[in-house]
Design a protein around this ligand. Structure first.
Ligand code: ATP
Ligand code: RIB
Length: 308
C-alpha cells in the first residue's frame, strides 16, 4: 500500500433520483418518471472524478453496514481509488440523497447523513498520516464540519495543498478559511461565504476579493454553463466552459472539482486544469446521474481534441 498523492475526504450517498416536469409546490403531488438508484455523495463523486482523470487517489469516508455500502466500495475500487480508508459503520445506514430533476435539467436535493456523520475528528485520527504525506487534500461540506476543519488545519501544517469545494453552502469562520489554498464555490455558495451577490463579473470579482482577504490564494467561482471566474493574486477573469446539450447537471460541480485537482497534481497550469475540468464537467452534464456521468480521462482528452 503506497501513500497516494491525493487524499479526498468526504461523503458517500445512495442517490434516489426521479425526473419530473416541474418541482412540486408545498402540499402538491407530482407523477415522476425514470426513477433510479445510483451511487453519489459529493465526496464520492469527486473521488471518482479524480480517479477516472488519472490521479493516484485515497478516499477517506464512511458507509453503513448495508449491502449498498459494500456495493459502493466495490465500485470505487474499479474507479482507480484506494478504499482502505472507507469505514463500514455498524448498525447505521449508508447516507441517502433524494433528488428531483425537472425538465430544464435543474435539480433539488435533500440528504440524510447516515454513516457520513460517523466521520468524526476522533475517527479521522487514524488517517492523519495519509493527509500529512499527500500533496493535496480535496474536501466538501457534506461531512461533519469539525472534521473538515481538523483535516484542513492538519494539511496546512504539513504543506499539503487544501482544496475546498464549499458545498452544500454554509457560512465558514475566518480561521477555517485561513487553512484553505484553493476554494471552488458556485454562485450561491460564494454569496453565503462573502455576503456579496454573484450575478455578474463585478460581483464575482468582489466576492473573490473577500475570499483572498481571508488568505485563500486561488478562487474559482463556478458559473454553470458560463464557466468559471478564476481569481489569483487579486486578478480575475472568466474562463468559459464548453457549450453542450445538458440533460442533467447532477455532479457537474463534483466532476469539475475532481478533474481540476487531478490536472493540477500532474503539473498542468491553473488555466489548463480549468479547461480540462470544464471538458470533464461538460461531458457529465450530457449524461444522467452522478458517478454514472463522470467521464474517464480518455473521454476528456478526446473531447478536448475535438474542440482544439
Ligand atoms: P451541481 O450542484 O449542479 O453539481 P454546481 O452548482 O456545483 O453544480 P456549476 O457552477 O453549476 O456547479 O457547474 C460547475 C461546472 O460544470 C461549470 O464551471 C462548467 O464547467 C460545468 N457545467 C455546468 N453546467 C453546464 C452546462 N449546462 N453546460 C456545460 N458545462 C456546464
Ligand atoms: O453533488 C451531487 C451530489 O449531491 C449527489 O450525488 C448527492 O448525493 C448529493 O450529495
Amino acid at each position: 500500500m503506497t501513500t497516494p498523492r491525493l487524499a479526498v475526504l468526504g461523503s458517500i450517498n445512495v442517490d434516489h433520483i426521479m425526473n419530473i416536469s416541474q418541482f412540486p409546490k408545498p402540499g402538491e403531488t407530482i407523477i415522476g418518471h425514470h426513477y433510479k438508484i445510483a451511487f453519489g455523495g459529493k465526496g464520492a463523486n469527486q473521488a471518482v472524478a479524480c480517479g477516472r482523470s488519472g490521479a493516484d487517489t485515497l478516499f477517506i469516508a464512511c458507509v453503513g453496514d448495508d449491502s449498498i455500502g459494500s456495493d459502493i466500495i466495490a465500485q470505487l475500487k474499479t474507479d482507480n481509488i484506494q478504499t482502505y480508508a472507507i469505514s463500514i459503520i455498524p448498525e447505521t445506514p449508508t447516507g441517502v440523497a433524494m433528488i428531483l430533476v425537472n425538465e430544464q435539467g435543474e435539480n433539488v436535493i435533500s440528504i440524510s447523513a447516515g454513516a457520513n456523520a460517523a466521520l468524526t475528528p476522533a475517527h479521522f485520527t487514524q488517517y492523519h498520516h495519509a493527509i500529512e504525506h499527500a500533496d493535496a487534500l480535496l474536501m466538501q461540506l457534506e461531512s461533519p464540519l469539525d472534521t473538515v476543519f481538523a483535516a484542513a488545519k492538519l494539511a496546512k501544517s504539513h504543506q499539503t495543498k487544501v482544496i475546498l469545494n464549499p458545498a452544500p453552502a454554509l457560512p465558514l469562520s475566518d480561521e477555517f478559511l485561513s487553512f484553505i489554498d484553493v476554494i471552488t464555490p458556485n454562485e450561491t455558495e460564494a454569496e453565503i461565504l462573502t455576503g456579496i451577490s454573484v450575478h455578474d463579473e463585478s460581483g464575482a470579482a468582489k466576492a473573490a476579493e473577500v475570499l483572498h482577504s481571508k488568505g485563500i490564494k486561488q478562487v474559482l467561482i463556478t458559473l454553470g454553463s458560463r464557466g468559471v471566474w478564476f481569481s489569483e493574486q487579486g486578478k480575475g477573469t472568466i474562463i468559459p466552459g464548453f457549450s453542450v446539450e445538458a440533460v442533467d447537471t447532477i455532479a457537474a460541480g463534483d466532476t469539475f472539482n475532481g478533474a481540476f485537482v487531478a490536472a493540477i497534481l500532474e503539473g498542468k497550469s491553473s488555466i489548463e486544469a480549468i479547461r480540462f475540468a470544464h471538458a470533464a464537467a461538460a461531458i457529465a452534464v450530457t449524461r444522467h446521474g452522478a458517478q454514472s456521468s463522470v467521464p474517464w480521462r480518455d473521454e476528456i482528452e478526446s473531447f478536448l481534441a475535438e474542440r482544439a
